[in-house]
Design a protein around this ligand. Structure first.
Ligand code: DI6
Ligand code: FE
Length: 399
């Protein structure tokens, strides 16, 4: 048999099946961008490789997956950060015209090229840590053209860099000023006008919403999800971040890929997620940056067997974070996740949170040959260090 590339003399964490799937003396063969073999060297079928790469006993994991970001947006909110340090609250800043709506203004006035240019350094920071797939949400345009432009900019990122970009339409992120006092009318516009346009243009891989006291109600989210399903789009939800709106339960009842944040999730929500196979995406960077104190119900999620993913939530307001390695460290330190949970959360389970478990997230034959090769002695080092990047090489689709 013939293969394009063969990485030998490596230690593998394949994440195939349960756990880390460790192989002490491993090899990975790639053909046409897909993994042809990943496993012990001594069980590998005879392969003629065009190129052989000796990994000198380094570790190989699947390329990392950041399954929840708001990477594309206009401007930053460093000035608001300073206001918060001086004592202002997130809600006070939002009421004073800051918050999501200030990013909305900056995003509306940015061209597609501006949005791409400002997102690229953030994307490059993720890529530099071995990330090979990034989910990107809209939600700072909050009107037709700007929402479409954000999604187009997100798709463009995938042409500018060797990375899989997965998009989510988050028109229901905040209420734009044009609809002040009439969230129902805004949701109706999303369902009847914007979502059909987004779907027709093939710009969204999923539909997301912010179900919250300061966001949209369960009922409004339900209407949006029904519309999403009419267009054949899977759903996911920002749920139970600041209060318990029973959004995760609703999301699960719609077969959601994931429910995200979840600090205020209750037992009914957990049971519904477990039944539906909805992934719990935890965002410790937002928890840290907002100095939250209420932990997501980790023990109960574990007990119920709800798979956990971890993401950066990279956004200008609540998580200006572009390090998935640091997100893992925060997951362990702040949320008391195990090393295995953290690593699974940015590989196998992150792939599931995007509905892409058949293509990415593990080192198995037939999957994309997305690899991160690390200068480490044990996988725990990827979670343990803060602000140190042990990436040796990153392979995307075999390149
Ligand atoms: N939840 C969040 O924490 C962010 N969006 C969301 O739905 C906040 C985004 C921002 O403040 O810009
Ligand atoms: Fe978010």
């Amino acid at each position: 048999m013939q293969c394009d590339k063969l990485w030998t003399n490596a230690r593998l964490a394949t994440f195939a099946g349960e756990g880390l799937g460790i192989v002490d003396r491993g090899a990975i063969a790639c053909r046409d961008g897909l993994i042809q073999y990943a496993g012990p060297i001594d069980q590998m079928p005879r392969l003629d490789a065009v190129e052989i790469i000796d990994c000198a006993d380094r570790w190989i994991t699947p390329g990392l997956i950041d399954c929840h970001t708001h990477l594309v947006h206009g401007a930053d909110r460093a000035a608001e950060f300073e206001m918060r340090l001086a004592g202002a609250s997130y809600a006070q800043i939002a009421q004073a015209g800051g918050g999501i709506v200030s990013t909305m203004r900056a995003t509306r006035s940015a061209s597609e090229a501006d949005l791409v240019a400002s997102a690229l350094p953030r994307l490059d920071a993720l890529i530099a840590e071995g990330v090979t797939t990034v989910e990107v949400k809209s939600g700072y345009g909050l009107e037709r053209d700007s929402e479409l432009r954000m999604l187009q900019a997100a798709r463009r990122l995938g042409q500018e860099r060797p990375v899989h970009i997965v998009t989510s339409f988050l028109g229901a992120h905040a209420l734009p000023p044009e609809y002040a006092g009439d969230a129902d009318a805004y949701i109706a516009m999303l369902c009847d006008v914007l979502l059909p346009d987004v779907a027709a243009a093939g710009l969204a891989d999923a539909v997301d919403a912010f179900c919250e006291g300061i966001g949209f109600s369960r009922e409004q989210t339900h209407r949006l999800f029904l519309a999403a399903r009419r267009h054949g789009l899977p759903v996911k939800l920002h749920a139970e971040q600041l209060s318990n709106q029973h959004g995760a339960q609703l999301a699960a009842e719609h077969g959601a890929l994931s429910a995200d944040h979840l600090e205020h999730l209750d037992d009914d929500g957990i049971a519904a997620m477990a039944r539906a196979g909805t992934i719990a995406t935890l965002l410790p960077g937002a928890y840290y940056f907002m100095r939250e104190t209420r932990l997501p119900p980790i023990a109960a999620l574990r007990q119920a067997g709800v798979p956990i993913a971890i993401a950066t939530d990279c956004n200008p307001g609540t998580a200006p974070l572009t390090s998935l390695l640091l997100a893992m460290n925060m997951g362990a330190t702040l949320f008391r996740l195990t090393v295995e949970e953290c690593l699974t959360g940015v590989t196998r389970n992150a792939a599931r949170a995007l509905g892409l478990a058949h293509r990415i997230g593990t080192l198995e034959p037939g999957k994309c040959c997305d690899l991160a090769i690390w200068d480490i002695e044990r996988p725990a080092e990827l979670v343990y260090r803060m602000g140190f990047n042990p990436l040796h090489a990153r392979i995307w689709s075999g390149q």
